[in-house]
Design a protein around this ligand. Structure first.
Ligand code: UDX
Length: 466
């Protein structure tokens, strides 16, 4: 009997990309493809410690995990701004191992790799295996990366200091709302030799070598940007929001698969019980994702802003999210025991889907935003880096799904924004968030845009390997 295509998926070894690509892997598995999911040893060990991924994966006979080293010492932080060191280590140390892997064991018929891992395109092309590019950051940011050469050519980059509200014209389709401050934060360095600028300038070179570009978004959300992107990258599959897409497919299949966590930190599920006892849409959920780091002053501004707003809150304080001695003093947290709950890591998808949650103070990471959009939860955005700067701009300016608090960390502003989202402008926001949530859901139902793009992706993988 003919074997189904065997797809190797190689994601960026970070929480956000991992969440999205694991869901993609399951979706492909559900449609009968065989999957090998490639993790770094570091991520694999953390998943084993904190998640139930292995139990889940064992329910698929055609899903297996393989691992390779990332080349960094075990005590490397791999968080905050050190992500380029991780990419560089992967680029220089993993290609021979990756090649070996593709050429050993059950033959691989197709690769899906994050475009940041450019060497995977060299290796796959060299040995003649079709490769698809998957990106888990926002399409808007990817489009800015694609446009970096334009920005340099038009001398809009570099800039240093000065007026961050100057409008940027060199990213087509974004002329109306893009300011310097909305560009990825590394653009502010004033130096074209900045390692991030140098790194991301090469973003488009893999396009001609890839069979297509897979994005975690839905057409209705990103239509203008996608239309620009298709001018240089015609074969795009928009199949998000991936977390909800998987849920929809499992529900349609009445799948008995166990609930699933792919967290790199221990989830504290007690917050769900706490949420159960809170009134409808009364809780502000606060989380800055898996990489952002706040300093002591920022932490205190958020704390006072939150407390002064008088709202209930659920706050994720990752064990490694604050610099040095930055913790909320016990005497302060005691005062809000009744209306505040703090955890080290939350089951975020479930939290955002909980009826007690009425707002989200977020760093605007792309997964967090899609999760919030799908559940119709309005956002206050405090971006930290990379795609988060443009994501937060879109939230306020284009999509009207909340407020952008970029470059501001002041208790009175925080308090005012929280009151706006939770009380004063709640009704006005709820119209747009409900509308977008409905569009997201519709895109996943039979005949919807993301549903159809996934069908097409599966078909194209099958045709490529025939
Ligand atoms: C950052 C980004 O900004 C992202 O856009 C980029 O693609 C990778 O780098 P991150 O900080 O991980 O990513 O943010 P995000 O993309 O929002 O991913 C965080 C994930 O962790 C989300 O899926 C969220 O549900 C999950 N999470 C977060 C939890 O499960 N529990 C938590 O307590 C916090």
């Amino acid at each position: 009997m003919e074997q189904p295509p065997h797809v190797l998926i190689f994601p960026l070894p970070m929480q956000g990309p991992l969440n999205a690509t694991l869901k993609l892997a399951e979706l492909l598995c559900l449609s009968g493809l065989h999957i090998t999911f490639l993790l770094t040893d570091h991520i694999h060990a953390r998943l084993l410690r904190h998640s139930n991924i292995l139990t889940r994966i064992q329910s698929y006979p055609s899903f297996r995990i393989r691992t390779i080293p990332d080349g960094l010492p075990e005590n490397h932080p791999r968080g905050g701004d050190s992500y380029l060191e991780l990419f560089e280590s992967l680029r220089t140390k993993t290609p021979p191992l990756f090649k070996q892997l593709l050429q050993s064991g059950t033959p691989i018929s197709c690769v899906i790799a994050d475009g940041v891992l450019g060497f995977t395109f060299d290796v796959a092309n060299e040995i003649g295996i079709p490769i698809f590019d998957v990106r888990t950051l926002s399409p808007a940011c990817l489009w800015i990366f694609f446009s970096l050469p334009n920005l340099i050519h038009s001398r809009e980059l570099p800039f240093e200091g000065g007026d961050l509200d100057v409008m940027v014209k060199g990213v087509s389709g974004m002329e109306r709302y893009l300011r310097r401050r909305d560009l990825p934060s590394f653009c502010r360095s004033g130096d074209l030799d900045n390692p991030s600028i140098r790194f991301y300038q090469t973003e488009t070179i893999h396009n001609p070598r890839a069979c297509g570009l897979i994005l975690n978004t839905f057409e209705e959300l990103d239509a203008p940007i996608l239309s620009e992107m298709r001018s240089i990258c015609p074969n795009i599959y928009t199949i998000g929001p991936l977390h909800a897409h998987l849920k929809a497919k499992l529900a349609a299949a009445s799948s008995p698969l166990p609930a699933f966590s792919n967290s790199l930190w221990e989830e504290d599920r007690s917050c769900l019980t706490w949420l159960d006892s809170q009134p409808l849409k009364s809780v502000l959920y606060v989380s800055f994702g898996s990489l952002a780091i706040v300093n002591k002053d920022q932490l205190m501004e958020f704390w006072h802003g939150l407390v002064n707003s008088g709202q209930r809150f659920l706050w994720v304080m990752r064990p490694d999210s604050a610099v040095g001695e930055s913790r909320i003093p016990v005497e302060l947290s005691q005062g809000t025991k009744e209306r505040g709950y703090i955890v080290g890591w939350a089951p975020q998808e479930e939290v955002l889907a909980h009826p007690a949650v009425g707002g989200f103070l977020t760093h605007s990471g792309w997964n967090s935003m899609l999760e919030s959009i799908h559940e119709g939860v309005p956002m206050i955005c405090w971006p930290y880096f990379v795609d988060q700067q443009i994501n937060s701009r879109l939230v306020e300016e284009e999509w009207k799904l909340g407020f952008d608090m970029k470059d501001i960390c002041d208790r009175s502003v925080i308090e005012e924004r929280i009151r706006n989202v939770m009380e004063k402008r709640k009704d006005e926001l709820s119209k747009s968030v409900d509308h977008m949530a409905n569009l997201a859901k519709r895109s996943l139902s039979e005949g919807g845009s993301s549903y159809s793009h996934l069908e097409r992706l599966i078909q194209d993988i099958k045709t490529r390997v025939d």
